[in-house]
Design a protein around this ligand. Structure first.
Ligand SMILES: *[C@@H]1O[C@H](CO)[C@@H](O)[C@H](O)[C@H]1NC(C)=O
Ligand SMILES: *[C@@H]1O[C@H](CO)[C@@H](O)[C@H](O)[C@H]1NC(C)=O
Length: 427
C-alpha cells in the first residue's frame, strides 16, 4: 500500500498529461468521458480509461431484457442525449454554480427516515417503462417506499406538503426566487451495481433537491454533475445530506456502478413563480414570454419552440360555438360541458353518447383535460369511472398530463390534485 502510494507520487506516470482541474481542484473532464451524454459515442480523450465496455454491457443488458422490442432501449438513449444537448442550453439559471451540498433540515430528514424505517418492509419494486435506460433496472432493480402511498401510515398529501414546505425556504434562499412545488418522487432505493444515466430533468422540474435518506455502501456513490464550466464534479452524500441543483439545466447522473447494498433518496422539485425574493447580480426575467412560455425557458431557444408546439394557442369556446363547422361537431359540446363543469350534460353523455367521452379534438385534448383545467372534480371522477385514462397527455401524447394541467391552473392544494395522485396519475 505505502509503496505504491509513494511510487505514484515520485514516479511521473508517462501518460499523465497536464490536466484541467475543476473548481474543487479535482482532475477533471467533460461530457462523454464517464458515460455518453452529448453523443452516443465516447470522447477521444479517456482520462478514466476505456468505458466503452461498461456502456456496451449496459446496452446489451437492456436489449436482452426487452428482447421483444430491443430498439426501445436505443430510442430512449437517443432521446436522453438529444434532450441533454437541447434542454440545458435553452434554460435560464438562477444560481452561478447550478449545485450546492447542504444539510437537510433536521425535521424533514426525521420525517423521511422514520417513514423509510417504518415502511421498509412494504417497499415495492419500481416498474420502468419498456426500454427505459435511465437506470439499469434489468440487473439492479430499484424499489420505492412511496411517500404518496396513502395505504402506508403517514403517507400521502400531508407528508408531501411537509417535505415541500420544509425544504422550500432553503431553495428560495439559494435561488432568490419564490418557488412552488412541481413534483416529488421517492423514496427510491437503488441496489448493488446501479447506474443512473446522466440527464437533465424534464420541465417543469426546475429547482430541485435530493436528500439521502439511508444507505449501506462499501464506498461513496458519487452523483456526477456537469458544472457551468462544462466539467464533471463528483458530489458525495451521507444520510441527511441534501444536494440543491438546478435540475432543468444541470446534467446529473450516477455513471459509476454502485458498490454496496443500497442507497435510498428522494427527489423534490419546484418551479419559480416569477416573484423575486432577492435581487441577483444579473437581472432576472419574471414575466412569462410570448404566448405564455414559462419564465425559465429562453425565448427563441429550441426548448421554446418545442414548448410552443406542445401548447398551441387554445381557441376559446365562444369561438368554437360560433363557428358553424364547430357547431356541427358533437365533440365541442362534450368538451364544453367538461370544461364548464356541466355535470348534468356530462351525465347525459354518459347515458346516451358514451363513445364521445374520450374523444380527442384537433389538439389531442380529451374531455378529461378540459375538466382538469376547469378544476371540476365531479366531472373528472365521472370520466374516470367511465374509463378515462388519467395518464393520457394532450397533443396526442406529447403535451401536458392531466395532473400537470391541474397543478398549473389550480396548484397542488386543489382537491383534484390529491384525488388524481391517489388514483395513480403522473405528472
Ligand atoms: C444555464 O446552464 C446551462 C448548463 O450549464 C447552460 O448550458 C446554459 O447556457 C445556461 N443558461 C444561460 C442563459 O446562461
Ligand atoms: C468521480 O468518481 C469516479 C469514481 O470514483 C472517478 O473515477 C472519477 O475520476 C471522479 N471524477 C472526478 C471529476 O473527480
Amino acid at each position: 500500500m505505502k509503496l505504491s502510494l509513494l511510487a505514484s507520487i515520485l514516479i511521473p506516470v508517462a501518460s499523465a498529461k497536464q490536466r484541467v482541474l475543476n473548481a474543487f481542484g479535482e482532475p477533471s473532464y467533460g461530457v462523454d468521458v464517464s458515460f455518453p451524454v452529448h453523443h452516443i459515442t465516447f470522447a477521444q480523450d479517456r482520462p478514466l480509461g476505456d468505458r466503452q465496455k461498461l456502456y456496451d454491457d449496459f446496452m446489451a443488458g437492456c436489449r436482452r431484457h426487452y428482447s421483444d422490442n430491443s430498439q426501445a432501449c436505443d430510442v430512449t438513449e437517443e432521446d436522453r442525449v438529444e434532450m441533454s444537448v437541447r434542454q440545458p442550453a435553452s434554460m435560464r439559471n438562477y444560481t452561478s454554480t447550478g449545485f450546492k451540498k447542504v444539510q437537510a433540515p433536521a425535521h424533514v430528514f426525521d420525517l423521511l427516515s422514520n417513514y423509510w424505517n417504518t415502511h421498509y418492509d412494504r417497499r415495492e419494486q419500481e416498474k420502468w417503462p419498456r426500454g427505459d435506460t435511465y437506470v439499469n433496472h434489468w440487473e439492479s432493480p430499484t424499489f420505492m417506499v412511496n411517500v404518496e402511498e396513502t395505504s402506508l401510515r403517514g403517507g400521502g398529501q400531508n407528508l408531501k406538503r411537509k417535505i415541500w414546505e420544509g425544504v422550500r425556504p432553503i431553495l428560495e434562499e439559494w435561488t432568490g426566487m419564490e418557488l412552488e412545488p412541481s413534483s416529488m418522487y421517492g423514496i427510491r432505493q437503488y441496489t448493488e451495481g446501479a447506474i443512473l444515466s446522466p440527464h437533465a430533468d424534464r420541465n417543469p422540474l426546475i429547482t430541485s433537491c435530493i436528500i439521502n435518506v439511508a444507505q449501506d455502501l462499501e464506498e461513496d456513490w458519487p452523483l456526477e454533475v456537469y458544472g457551468r464550466d462544462g466539467l464533471a464534479y463528483n458530489v458525495t452524500m451521507k444520510p441527511g445530506d441534501m444536494v440543491l441543483y438546478e435540475s432543468h439545466s444541470l446534467i446529473h447522473g450516477r455513471p459509476f456502478p454502485m458498490k454496496g447494498k443500497y442507497f435510498a433518496n428522494i427527489f423534490i422539485h419546484f418551479q419559480p413563480t416569477g416573484k423575486i425574493l432577492r435581487e441577483q447580480n444579473a437581472p432576472v426575467v419574471t414575466s412569462k414570454g410570448e404566448n405564455g412560455i414559462p419564465i425559465y425557458i429562453l425565448p427563441n431557444s429550441p426548448q421554446a419552440k418545442k414548448w410552443l408546439r406542445e401548447h398551441p394557442p387554445q381557441i376559446s369556446f365562444r369561438n368554437v360555438k360560433e363557428s358553424p363547422a364547430a357547431a356541427e361537431s358533437p365533440l365541442s359540446d362534450v368538451a364544453h360541458a367538461a370544461a364548464t363543469g356541466d355535470i348534468a350534460s356530462m351525465t347525459h353523455f354518459v347515458a346516451n353518447q358514451k363513445h364521445m367521452l374520450h374523444m380527442k379534438d384537433s389538439n389531442g385534448w380529451q374531455p378529461i383535460h378540459e375538466a382538469a383545467r376547469g378544476g371540476h372534480l365531479d366531472v373528472v371522477q365521472l370520466l374516470v369511472e367511465h374509463g378515462a385514462d388519467v395518464n393520457e397527455r394532450t397533443h396526442f401524447g406529447d403535451g401536458q398530463s392531466v395532473l400537470e394541467l391541474v397543478l398549473d391552473t389550480h396548484g397542488y392544494d386543489h382537491p383534484l390534485f390529491g384525488y388524481l395522485e391517489g388514483i395513480g396519475a403522473e405528472l
